[in-house]
Design a binder for this molecule. Structure first.
Ligand SMILES: [Zn+2]
Length: 60
């Protein structure tokens, strides 16, 4: 997972604030890893959204 998809060299992880990028120092490949679980607390959950939707249409 942490190997470069181009040249299989170990990727270097760079963190800039809240953004983490991975880059390969050998070939220059760079990417942003998709990791939704690590973001946490990104607004309302599915359950909250559903409840809001449900209450909106059943409240009147
Ligand atoms: Zn590479």
């Amino acid at each position: 997972m942490n190997d470069c998809p181009r040249c299989q060299a170990p990727l270097e992880r760079l963190t800039m604030g809240e953004v983490t990028t991975i880059s390969c120092t050998r070939c220059g490949f760079a990417d942003v890893p998709v990791d939704h679980e690590s973001q946490g607390g990104e607004g309302e959950s599915w359950q909250d959204a559903f409840n809001r939707f449900y209450n909106h249409y059943s409240g009147h």
